[in-house]
Design a protein around this ligand. Structure first.
Ligand SMILES: Nc1ncnc2c1ncn2[C@@H]1O[C@H](COP(=O)(O)OP(=O)(O)OP(=O)(O)O)[C@@H](O)[C@H]1O
Ligand SMILES: [Mg+2]
Length: 294
């Protein structure tokens, strides 16, 4: 695991002090789309803290901020990148120039509006993007994509193109209904055969098990998709505090209940085998994504 950046360097983002991580040979990164039916349930917090937990387990992790135009990850971390994926595609910025060092050894790619343009790329722009992503593929074991909420076409395209989908749900009835709605659409259009889900912001064990049970039962009963429960993260005041301080809770309060929970989820994710797929890693991701955006 490379930890080449001092923690306090990640706030100074004009031109990142980039040192490329050593590329490795291998099957490509595992792409996880973190998504939800309803907004505000904890996707961005989970994306960033799960990424750091995986990095702490020795994984090389890149977080893609794909909440188009809203820069969720950057706001959560208090950073202001001057360039995004858009600049890689349209302004010839090298991929390593938009790969920013984040806290805890992770790297961040700000999406900007880059992904929205996928449908309109020239052959040259498309091949630049594919080459850039192939470069990243060799640098990462995991790519975590923080998507927007809901069933917008772009969100569905990210989910369909990723190796794994991680749906975040809270015990709120609206969150549960919307999570079901999202999984239903993934099923209806045959975009995934299974999804993971985590219960976030539950107040106690019975609320967690009730939420997990309700979602799983209704998916099993009415849909052909499998919903795999990955774990839960309790409602934790340290999460709110860390959001205010723009510092990931897993670093600010490593032993708080939410941090311990995220570490468990990271371990559980690492222990799960990837289903066989024809196209894996970022190359597969972008070719599927481009098809869907067209
Ligand atoms: N486990 C938790 N305990 C307490 N509060 C939490 C927890 N998870 C999330 N929150 C609260 O929910 C807020 C929203 O979290 P976050 O920004 O990660 O959600 P999101 O799903 O990414 O939202 P959006 O859909 O707007 O992108 C946080 O600012 C925090 O206050
Ligand atoms: Mg978000």
């Amino acid at each position: 695991m490379m930890r080449i950046f001092k923690r306090n360097t990640f706030k100074q983002f004009g031109d990142p002090p980039f040192e490329a991580p050593t590329p490795s040979a291998g099957p490509g990164a595992r792409i996880i789309a973190v998504t939800s039916g309803k907004g505000g349930v904890g996707k961005t917090n989970i994306s960033v803290n799960l990424a750091i937990a995986l990095a702490q387990l020795g994984q090389r992790v890149i977080v893609f901020d794909a909440d188009l135009g809203l820069a969720n990850v950057e706001i959560l971390l208090g950073i202001a990148p001057a360039v995004t994926l858009y600049d890689h595609i349209f302004n010839n910025r090298a991929m390593e120039k938009i790969l920013f060092p984040g806290p805890g050894g992770i790297k961040i790619i700000p999406g900007g509006s880059g992904f929205l343009e996928l449908a309109n790329l020239t052959a040259e722009q498309h091949s630049r993007l594919v080459n850039g992503l192939e470069q990243l593929d060799r640098m990462a074991d995991f790519v975590i994509i923080d998507t927007g909420a809901g069933i917008a076409k772009e969100v569905l395209a990210f989910c369909a193109s990723a190796d794994d989908v991680l749906v975040v749900v809270t015990p709120e009835p609206t969150s549960l209904t919307d999570a079901y709605g999202l999984i239903k659409v993934l099923d209806k259009f045959n975009l995934h055969r299974d999804v993971y889900f985590v219960v976030n912001q539950s107040n106690n064990e019975s609320e967690t098990s009730d939420t997990a049970y309700r979602l799983k039962t209704v998916v099993d009963k009415y849909l052909n998709i499998k919903a795999n429960y990955l774990g839960d993260i309790v409602y934790d005041k340290f999460v709110i505090k860390s959001v205010k301080n723009q510092k990931p809770f897993i670093l600010a309060n490593p032993y708080s209940p939410a941090s311990e929970a995220v570490k468990k989820i990271a371990l559980s994710l690492l222990n799960r085998e990837l289903p066989a797929a024809e196209e894996r890693g970022l190359r597969g991701f972008i070719s599927k994504l481009s098809r869907l955006f067209r």
